[in-house]
Structures are given as structure tokens and as C-alpha cells.
Design a protein around this ligand. Structure first.
Ligand code: IVH
Length: 682
């Protein structure tokens, strides 16, 4: 293909893919299968690799991230980002309406919109292309988060249609829909990281990540609600929303054009009921004067427009009785007090438990067993106790004394200077802490043993088969076949479910076997040394090259590696001074795990990220097959032993087993040759 033809093809593919993207992420109406989309994207990727000078700024390949931002530069907003005045009361809304009508003669129409509970973003488009995304910051200047924002599929990189000015801004809210938020928190808990308190914090945290490839994996979304620019010629706000929607932005359907404040109040009441059916959080309704001429006449105060107001929904509150307090030990040993409440309805769910966070909060609330307490559900998922109804306190109500010993292993709890948490220090023997280490070890970002999960780890642990990460490599098919879930609270036979059948046992053993190929930097992360997250593990691995060098490094030498300060170095140094940890490392080495860097990072790519690949059959020599398997891992895909519905494709050599081939055929999974695979990697 000559260059002119390549240019034409690339343009065509970019347009086609962008239009599928729009249908999927903005319209929620997919027009192509995920597989076909990926194939087109791969085709485009390959052509762009061949002709890097032809990569278009709106190419969907620009969304997958990869660029690292070490510092977010601050930029001045062309138009300041103001806030809205807030109210919680109907009376104040009526006052707002009166103020508006005093200034405006004649009819006034309002547009009601959702008040998205996310973080505001200002997008600048020039000649139809997204050129900059700024956070609100202090309203005058914000941080440049363009690279990260480009990963959000519902934000157009290039506008659709015509009629937009050469330069203008669109503002809206970046949100994290609840299902994605819950999944993200589950993943964090599994690797021992603190979950985010609510979707807003998670969205804000995501947007400020340095690695845009990681941002691309966060299920962020964006709704737009405001267009600004000297050359825009809209007459009403409603018209501006309709037009920016045609240009490719995502606009909420939940809006209402109201002719009176009473109609506004009905919409507020309707959404108060319907808000639970939305997939994302809102914290109120924004009411805006529809006519832009009237908006201009009303003008602004120094902080907010006089043509808009936000009605905020009150966090729902109820009173109920505190029955008792349980203490839960987390994976890092932190002990959290949890209140057991007399069950009560709150914001559509029955609440039975509420977090009391820590000893300081209990003392501050001076809460006692038997008290009537006020419970509130704000943006947080877990309700919290916000106060005590002292008028109802029983004179014999029992004071709460925080436990002194770990409820799981009996070890005396410790509390570090200046920290609020009470912690069980018995990290190697306390059951939830051991299970936490095992769950971290098997996590997708660590050894990636997805045939094991929280439940299966619990079964292996409760049956005394694994107590340490290296024990996983002593498991055999026979030792785990037929293992049962041990129900500690019941002896009844029906609670004893047979958990590990033939297929399960086989998958677990295969998964553990495959994990031996995990690269060293991930093994180092998987071991679970305190403060050694993914990035630190990578830096450490590439700096020292092998585990023995890390073990024998002094505290000062550890700090010579990039990103490693005193606290992290101290933790690593202490870890390798404990004989039981050295034994674990020795056992992992014996099991055949990678304990040194095999390839330089430049060779790695994220071309196959998210793919699940099976390499099967013979490829001339066992060495060649191993090389192909390594290519799978080096290019960020997962290598699997068996064909399942999760398999992305099979790389088949000669003599691929007929059963496997049939299974792939039945599931519609592509089977490709070695040559096609290499071509795919460019
Ligand atoms: S309009 C000049 N519309 O609420 C006013 N804001 O308290 C421009 N927000 O910073 C804002 N949903 O982040 C507007 N439908 C909506 C909104 C909305 C959420 C946020 C926005 C703003 C804050 C103001």
C-alpha cells in the first residue's frame, strides 16, 4: 500500500471507529460487536505503527493512554469557573424565582437539570478538536488533565457535524457510574488498598493519576451541561444543549423545561423518587433560566450566576437503636468498629449496620449501647452514625470500651502515635491478614491467578492447605479435589457445599502453573511488602535486576532506586530481615517463579492489554512455543491454558488438540497462526 492509500484508509478507519465509539458510549446503542471493534482498532494500530506520521489527533488509539504525567500544569481559565448558590428549601427556591421576576419583565422559563455529583471539567475545542481539558481548580486556574480526559470515551476528540465556532468551551461533570465504582473498590480491597469512600472521590482520584493507561481502565463517564464562547449564537440554554449533543457530547435525558416555579418543584419531587434508578450519583437539581438574553440581564455575583441555583437533596436521616458493636479485622490488620442497628429503612434500603470508623469517633460521639442514634446515608455507600439522641438515653446505657485484643487471633492491639487506627500486629498468623496476603498475591495486577478468588482462598486456608503464598505451589490436583467450604457457624450438612469439582481443581492447578511465568516485577509486587505498590515494585525490579540484590541491599542502597524514600526502604529492609519471609522467597524460587528481570522494559508493550490468549500445539521447537508465550505476557495479555468463553483468541501451532479446536469453534473464538500473531504485534 502506498502512503496516499494508507492515509485514506487511516482516515476512514478513524471515522468508522469514532462513530462506533459514539454509538456505544454516548448513545448507549452499540452498532458493532466488541470483537469486530477490536479487530478494526488493531488494523488501525498496525497501520499507524507503519506510518507514525499519519496518526490523527482524534484517532481512537490516542485514548488508550500510556503517557505519564509527572506534574499537572496549571492554566488560567478563559472564563472563570463559577459555582452555584445552593439551597435545601422550597422557600428559598421561591425567593430565587421572585428575584428573577423582579429583574425580568414577561415570561420566564426554567430548565431543570441533574446536579451531577462528580467533578467539573472545562473542555476547549479548536477547529473541532479537543485541545485542552482543565479541572476547576480555584475557579480562576485549573490543572491540565487533557491526557487523562482523552481516555474517557464519551468525550469527543473531534466534533461531529458543522456549525461550531473556531474556538469555544464546553463544561460538564466527570463521573464514575456506581457499578464501575463498586467493581473498582472490590479490586482495591482485594489487593489490600483502601476503597474509595464514594464515586466522586474515586473519579477525582482517577483523573489525577499519573499513568493515563491506568486512567483508561477506570470506567469514567462525562455529562456536559454548559457551552461558552464569544462566537456561540444560541438563544436558549435548551438550544445549546441540543446543539452540543449533535456535536457529539453526552447530555442527560433527565431535564425539564418548566414554565413556573411550581413545575420546577414537581420535577425536583419526581427526581427525588427516581434518583435511585440512575446508574450514577446526583446530589440535587440545577435550575437555570432558559433564555440566554435573560441570563445576561440577570448577570453574576462575584461567585455565581444570578440566573441559576442548585437545589440540594438532604442526606436522608433516620433514628434507630444501637444494639451492639462488632470489631472487624481488615487485611492490613486495622480493626474497625461496626455498629449493629435495629433494622430500619433508609433511602430505599434496609440498614442494619453502620461504620463507627475508629476509637476516636466513638469517643467523640460518646455513643453507648442501647442509645437511639441518628443514621445518615450521604454520598457514601456505608451509612454512618452522626449523633445520639441524648433525650432518649437510658441511665443504664453501657459505655463502649474499645477492645484491647484482636477478635480473630487474640493478639494485643497496637496504636501508632498520631494514628487513629488500632492495629493487630500479628501479620503472619492472624487469619484475615493471611487471607488478605493470599488475595493480594493472586490479584490480576499481581500473579493474575483468576481461577482462584476470595472464596476459594478461604476454602484452601480453612482446610489448612495454604497459610503462606508459597504454599500455593505445593497444591496438587489430588490435594484439592473435593475440598469443601467449611461453615464455621453451622454443622448442618446442607451448609457443606462441595466446592472443588474436577474442572475447578484443574483450572486452579493450571492457573497456578501458568502464574510461574509472571515477570519478576509483578512477583515482587505480589509478595506484598508493605508500601511496595505496583510502581515501586517495577522501579525496584528494574533497578536491582534480581531478588538477591534486593535482599542484600542496605537501607541507603534501596533509597538509590527511583521513587523509593526512607519509609518504603525501611519497610523493604525490615521485610527481608525476617527469617520466615526469606524462607517464603526461597520456596517461591524453588517453585520456579521469576526472581530476576528477563527482558528490558523497552521490549514490553500494552498492545494486547485485556486479552486472554491460549497458545497451543507445537511450533517447531519447545523453545519457540515458550517464546510465543513470553510474547503474550510481554505485550500485557494473559496467558491461559484452556479455551473458555473468556479466551480472546488461540494461537495454534501444528497438532492443536481436536477437542480444543472444536471448543474454540463452538464458542466462536478465532484460531490464528503463529505468523498472524506476530503480524498482530507489528
Ligand atoms: S452549571 C456557572 N449544571 O455544581 C455555573 N453545574 O456548585 C456553571 N454541577 O462547579 C455550573 N451538575 O461542578 C451546572 N447540571 C449542572 C451541574 C453543575 C453539577 C456542579 C458543577 C459546579 C457545581 C456548582
Amino acid at each position: 500500500m502506498d502512503k496516499a492509500e494508507a492515509e485514506h484508509q487511516i482516515k476512514k478507519l478513524v471515522n468508522e471507529l469514532n462513530s462506533h465509539n459514539y454509538n456505544y458510549y454516548v448513545k448507549a446503542d452499540p452498532t458493532i460487536s466488541d470483537y469486530d471493534f477490536d479487530m478494526l482498532l488493531e488494523k488501525l494500530s498496525a497501520m499507524e505503527k507503519e506510518y507514525p506520521e499519519l496518526v490523527l489527533p482524534d484517532s481512537p488509539t490516542q485514548r488508550v493512554g500510556g503517557a505519564i504525567t509527572s506534574e499537572f500544569n496549571s492554566f488560567r481559565h478563559t472564563y472563570p469557573m463559577l459555582s452555584l448558590s445552593n439551597t435545601y428549601s422550597e422557600g428559598e427556591l421561591r425567593d430565587f424565582d421572585e428575584r428573577v421576576r423582579k429583574i425580568i419583565d414577561g415570561e420566564v422559563e426554567y430548565i431543570c437539570e441533574l446536579k451531577f455529583d462528580g467533578l467539573s471539567i472545562s473542555l476547549t475545542y479548536e477547529n473541532g478538536l479537543l485541545v485542552r481539558a482543565l479541572t476547576r481548580g480555584d475557579g480562576e486556574s485549573g490543572d491540565d488533565v487533557t491526557t487523562n480526559v482523552k481516555t474517557i470515551r464519551s468525550i469527543p476528540l473531534r466534533l461531529n457535524g458543522k456549525g461550531f465556532p473556531q474556538s469555544f468551551e464546553v463544561r460538564g461533570e466527570i463521573i464514575l457510574p456506581r457499578p464501575g465504582f463498586e467493581k473498582m473498590n472490590q479490586d482495591r480491597i482485594e489487593i489490600g488498598e483502601n476503597p474509595f469512600a464514594n464515586p466522586r472521590n474515586a473519579a477525582a482520584g482517577s483523573l489525577k493519576l499519573q499513568d493515563s493507561a491506568e486512567v483508561a481502565r477506570r470506567p469514567l463517564d462525562a455529562y456536559m451541561y454548559y457551552a461558552l464562547g464569544d462566537a456561540l449564537t444560541f438563544e436558549t440554554h435548551q438550544q445549546s444543549l441540543k446543539t452540543i449533543s449533535q456535536w457529539g457530547f453526552k447530555i442527560s435525558d433527565h431535564t425539564a423545561l418548566c414554565k413556573s416555579i411550581n413545575e420546577v418543584l414537581s420535577f425536583i419531587a419526581k427526581m427525588a423518587k427516581d434518583r435511585d434508578t440512575l446508574t450514577f450519583d446526583i446530589d440535587g437539581i440545577v435550575i437555570k433560566v432558559n433564555s440566554l438574553e435573560q441570563q445576561q440581564a440577570l448577570g453574576y455575583t462575584s461567585k455565581s450566576p444570578r440566573w441559576a441555583i442548585a437545589y440540594k437533596y438532604k442526606a436522608e436521616q433516620v433514628a434507630t437503636q444501637l444494639l451492639s458493636i462488632d470489631y472487624q479485622v481488615g487485611r492490613t490488620g486495622v480493626v474497625t468498629p461496626v455498629a449493629n442497628l435495629k433494622p430500619i429503612q433508609l433511602a430505599g434500603t434496609t440498614v442494619k449496620r453502620a461504620s463507627l470508623h475508629n476509637a476516636d469517633i466513638i469517643a467523640k460521639l460518646d455513643v453507648r449501647i442501647g442509645d437511639q442514634v441518628f443514621v445518615e446515608k450521604g454520598g457514601e455507600i456505608i451509612p454512618k452514625i452522626i449523633g445520639v439522641d441524648l433525650s432518649k438515653r437510658d441511665m443504664f446505657a453501657e459505655q463502649v470500651t474499645f477492645i484491647e485484643k484482636c477478635p480473630e487471633c487474640g493478639t494485643k492491639l497496637e496504636r501508632q502515635e498520631g494514628e487513629a487506627a488500632n492495629v493487630c500486629p500479628n501479620e503472619d498468623n492472624c487469619p484475615p491478614q493471611i487471607k488478605g496476603k493470599l488475595e493480594h498475591f493472586i490479584h490480576r495486577k499481581a500473579m493474575n491467578i483468576d481461577s482462584l478468588g476470595e472464596g476459594k482462598i478461604e476454602i484452601l486456608f480453612d482446610n489448612h492447605l495454604v497459610k503462606n503464598i508459597s504454599d500455593l505451589y505445593n497444591l496438587t490436583y489430588d490435594s484439592i479435589l473435593g475440598l469443601e467450604k467449611i461453615n464455621k457457624d453451622s454443622d448442618s450438612a446442607k451448609d457443606k457445599k462441595l466446592s472443588f469439582k474436577e474442572k475447578t481443581a484443574e483450572n486452579i492447578i493450571n492457573g497456578i502453573e501458568t502464574s510461574k511465568k509472571t515477570p519478576f516485577e509483578k512477583v515482587l509486587f505480589a509478595i506484598g511488602i508493605r508500601y511496595v505498590g505496583e510502581t515501586v515494585a517495577r522501579k525496584l525490579a528494574f533497578h536491582f535486576k534480581d531478588i538477591d540484590a534486593i535482599i542484600s541491599a542496605t537501607n541507603e542502597e534501596l533509597q538509590e532506586a527511583e521513587n523509593i524514600g526512607e519509609k518504603v526502604a525501611g519497610s523493604i529492609f525490615a521485610y527481608f530481615r525476617k527469617p520466615e519471609n526469606l524462607l517464603t522467597i526461597e520456596n517461591l524460587k524453588l517453585a520456579g517463579l521469576n526472581m530476576k528481570i528477563e527482558k528490558q522494559p523497552e521490549l514490553a508493550s500494552s498492545t494486547l492489554v485485556g486479552k486472554n490468549i491460549v497458545v497451543t500445539g507445537s511450533f517447531g521447537s519447545p523453545k519457540r512455543r515458550k517464546e510465543l508465550e513470553e510474547l503474550v505476557i510481554m505485550n500485557s495479555a494473559k496467558l491461559s491454558g484452556s479455551v473458555t468463553s473468556k479466551t480472546s483468541f488461540v494461537v495454534a501451532g501444528e497438532n492443536m488438540g481436536p477437542e480444543k479446536r472444536q471448543k474454540a469453534l463452538n464458542l466462536g473464538i478465532p484460531v490464528i497462526s503463529e505468523g498472524e500473531f506476530i503480524e498482530m504485534l507489528g
